[in-house]
Design a protein. Structure first.
Length: 213
């Protein structure tokens, strides 16, 4: 099972858990972009027709199931990554039964905690108590996002049609309210990723998901 990480500083993990975030976008990795550009050249050489970079990527990650480590598939169940300090409290009885005695000591009793106790980069997917199911997938440029999808990404409508914001653990981001969902999402993207991500308008994988457990 794969795992997926959401930003905690801006409460996106919690938004997935409470059902208010049902989409997520991930920048297309450079290895896939490079392969897609080569695919474009081979496609033109064989058919004498141009194919867009988006269509080339879809052809490569769709039916042919290439780059499985980089792409979540429709129907796939994915573990929501949480650090062990949080996840251990929600583990199922079966997950607890599968733990070794040493694992139990580190998770619940030992002063020397295992990797992943506070950093979810290092957690095991099979130990995660919460999951999502991927229900939709498309490739698009980041700035092609619709207002509806912005709201599905975790943007909040404080006053529908007038004021939008997004949650945060570091203060009220709505102190500078945004007039459109896109403005709020653009600001959010630049905070959870690298500054300037929105303006660079990269190709992204846009996933639809629902909480499975």
């Amino acid at each position: 099972m794969k795992k997926i990480m959401f930003n905690d500083k801006y409460r996106l993990t919690q938004a997935v858990l409470d059902g208010s975030k049902t989409m997520t976008r991930r920048i297309v990795p450079q290895c896939i972009l490079d392969a897609a550009k080569k695919y474009q050249e081979e496609y033109y050489a064989g058919a004498l027709e141009h194919i867009s970079l988006k269509d080339a990527i879809m052809n490569m990650v769709g039916p042919e199931r290439m780059f499985d480590n980089h792409v979540y598939k429709v129907g796939e169940i994915v573990a929501i990554a949480q650090n062990y300090d949080v996840a251990r409290l929600d583990m199922s009885e079966q997950q607890l039964e599968d733990l070794t005695y040493a694992d139990m000591k580190h998770l619940f009793y030992h002063k020397k905690k295992m990797p992943g106790f506070t950093n979810k980069m290092f957690v095991k997917a099979e130990w995660m108590p919460h999951h999502i199911r991927i229900t939709g997938f498309k490739v698009e440029y980041l700035q092609d996002i619709s207002d509806e999808d912005c709201l599905r990404e975790g943007v909040r409508a404080d006053v529908l049609g007038l004021q939008y914001s997004f949650p945060s653990n570091i203060g009220y981001c709505g102190q500078y309210p945004f007039s459109t969902p896109r403005d709020a999402f653009a600001a959010l993207i630049d905070k959870v990723g690298k500054r300037g991500t929105w303006d660079s308008n990269p190709l992204v994988f846009a996933y639809e998901c629902i909480r499975e457990d």
